[in-house]
Design a protein around this ligand. Structure first.
Ligand code: NAP
Length: 284
């Protein structure tokens, strides 16, 4: 039976620590860290994410600035707002909730955010910094996973790690972080001919595919660490990950559940990046 890596409890612990650090920050500098969240349009899932980010800010003691813009907002208008926030001293992190409406080029938006306020770490400058291992911010989901690995004292040095998925926000930065943690890293994707052959040899399997029941029990070795990033709906409409949990938890040494594993860590890491940004600005 695997040890369950509890993302909810770890997240609560990190938030409590951030709340304490925020009190100290406020005492030292006289103001709170600030996060600006921009949402364009009325996508219901995005609205929930934005609400959760606001709640997280309140919990740790940050100022949150929410900009709910109508669907018809032009790219130019959005860029103008980002420009204003880039030079606003009260704002240390800027985030534009994805997806934006089709007429807005997300790449252009990512490039417009000042790298020092890019708490999502999507700007090419921050992506490059992650590559060379000299970074201030890490994309929130991979950052949450490394935090969980550390919390559970999982040895990574010299271990083999397979990351399934190569997206810019999860798979690629995750692979890079595990490389910095001295793992021997393999990245699988949709053109990998035999994913199971690779995962069966791995000490750590991180699945970020987005397909329910993708990682089955016979795809992992005894004693592996299994991290499930997937957020899918099963045939009954219930939230589930990529991993067949019942099969894998019998063989794994550690496993993350869905829900309650990686998910709760993501917004918490956004909070961590925002405090880091505020500290860097304050020390300038
Ligand atoms: P994505 O951009 O759709 O990437 C999925 C990756 O999976 C791609 O690299 C794709 O390969 C690969 N893939 C697809 N089918 C495959 C197959 N049969 N074998 C091997 N690889 C395959 O998704 P994402 O944004 O990285 O997100 C992945 C999952 O994580 C989703 O379920 C998402 O909802 C979830 N997620 C969760 C959190 C959280 O906080 N818990 C945060 C972000 C994402 P190609 O590149 O070859 O197409």
């Amino acid at each position: 039976m695997a040890i369950i890596m509890d993302g909810k409890a770890t997240s609560a612990k990190v938030r409590a620590d951030l709340a304490q650090k925020t009190i100290e920050f406020k005492e030292k500098y006289g103001y709170a860290p600030g996060l600006a969240v921009i949402i364009v349009g009325e996508d219901p899932a995005s609205q929930i994410y934005v609400r959760n980010k606001k709640k997280a800010c309140e919990e740790v003691g940050y100022n949150s600035f929410e900009y709910a813009l109508p669907e018809k907002t032009t790219e130019e208008e959005l860029l103008k707002l980002i420009d204003e926030l880039n030079s606003d001293k009260k704002v240390h992190g800027i985030l534009v909730q994805s997806p934006t409406p089709r007429h807005i080029d997300e790449k252009k938006i990512q490039l417009a955010i000042r790298p020092e306020k890019d708490v999502d770490a999507f700007h090419p400058v921050n992506v490059g910094k992650i590559m060379i291992g000299d970074y201030d911010f890490v994309p929130c989901t991979p950052a949450g996973i490394t935090e969980l690995l550390d919390e559970y004292g999982i040895e990574t040095c010299g271990k083999s790690c397979v990351v399934i998925g190569r997206s810019d926000i999860v798979g690629k930065p995750m692979a890079m972080l595990m490389l910095h943690k001295n793992c021997t890293v393999t990245v699988c994707h949709s053109r990998t001919p035999d994913v199971a052959k690779v995962t069966k040899e791995a000490d750590i399997v991180i699945s970020a595919v987005g397909k329910a029941d993708f990682v089955k029990g016979d795809m992992i070795k005894e004693g592996a660490v299994v991290i499930d990033v997937g957020m899918n709906r099963n045939s009954q409409g219930k939230l589930c990950g990529d991993v067949v949990y019942d099969e894998c938890e019998k063989k794994a040494a550690y496993i993350t559940p869905v829900p309650g594993g990686v998910g709760p860590m993501t917004i918490t890491m956004l909070m961590k990046n925002t405090l880091k940004s505020a500290q860097l600005f304050a020390e300038k």
